[in-house]
Design a protein around this ligand. Structure first.
Ligand code: ZN
Length: 79
């Protein structure tokens, strides 16, 4: 059974891929091995995305003013 946290991470990954006009599978293929990858703000309802380091978990969200941007590679569970 998926935890609520993992569920939220997967839905954020979905939103992130969507923002970049990719499927989640395409996102992973495209960015799994890159040095800079798209990340998304984890706050509910916020769709702010930015390019971050692959292991970023606390990137700056310019919309929320909080350190809530997480790399999609982290969201995908690849790191
Ligand atoms: Zn935000």
């Amino acid at each position: 059974m998926q935890s609520a946290v993992r569920k939220r991470e997967f839905s954020k990954l979905d939103e992130l891929a969507d923002q970049w006009a990719l499927t989640v599978g395409e996102y992973i293929e495209e960015y799994a091995l890159d040095d800079v990858v798209p990340g998304i703000c984890m706050n509910p309802g916020c769709l702010y995305t930015a390019e971050v380091e692959p292991d970023q978990r606390q990137g700056w969200c310019e919309v929320c003013g909080t350190t809530t941007v997480r790399s999609g590679v982290v969201l995908a569970g690849l790191i």
